[in-house]
Design a protein around this ligand. Structure first.
Ligand code: ZN
Length: 137
């Protein structure tokens, strides 16, 4: 619930800044005129907004009741394989670097994650491909 208020945090930040700039005559986006307290307030609002976005779009939710408190109850490796990929590497002195494309062997795993909803006790699983290790070919 608290995450949903992120947009209010963003709005109140703009409002506070508007009042301050209107009262003191400084430019709205003049960052150098921020006081320490203001900066802390803006930073907290910014983090809050990021949390709201994470909560709305990236958080794992129950597919049954759409509730957010879920727990990871098990994980299992399904398969493991190797892929050849190209990686850009820098060589030579830092002021005149040279770049190379180097073949690397990436060890990938498919993990099966088992989740359980804290609200309705529904369980479901989700497969994810994860890079485990990178070695030069
Ligand atoms: Zn649920």
């Amino acid at each position: 619930m608290i995450y949903k208020l992120g947009f209010i945090a963003a709005l109140s930040t703009l409002l506070v800044r508007f009042i301050i700039s209107a009262n003191s005559g400084v430019q709205f986006f003049d960052f150098t005129s921020f006081t320490l307290l203001e900066s802390i307030f803006y930073l907290l609002s910014f983090v809050w907004v990021l949390l709201s976005i994470w909560d709305k779009y990236f958080r794992t939710r129950c597919p049954n009741c759409n509730s957010a408190p879920v727990s990871l109850i098990d994980k299992e490796e399904l398969k493991r394989w190797e892929e050849i990929k190209q990686e850009r590497q820098q060589r030579g002195p830092p002021d005149t670097p040279e770049f190379y494309n180097v073949d690397v062997i990436v060890t990938m795993v498919t993990m099966k994650f088992l989740f359980k909803c804290e609200n309705c006790k529904h369980t479901w699983d989700k497969d994810n491909d994860i890079p485990l290790d990178i070695q030069e070919a």
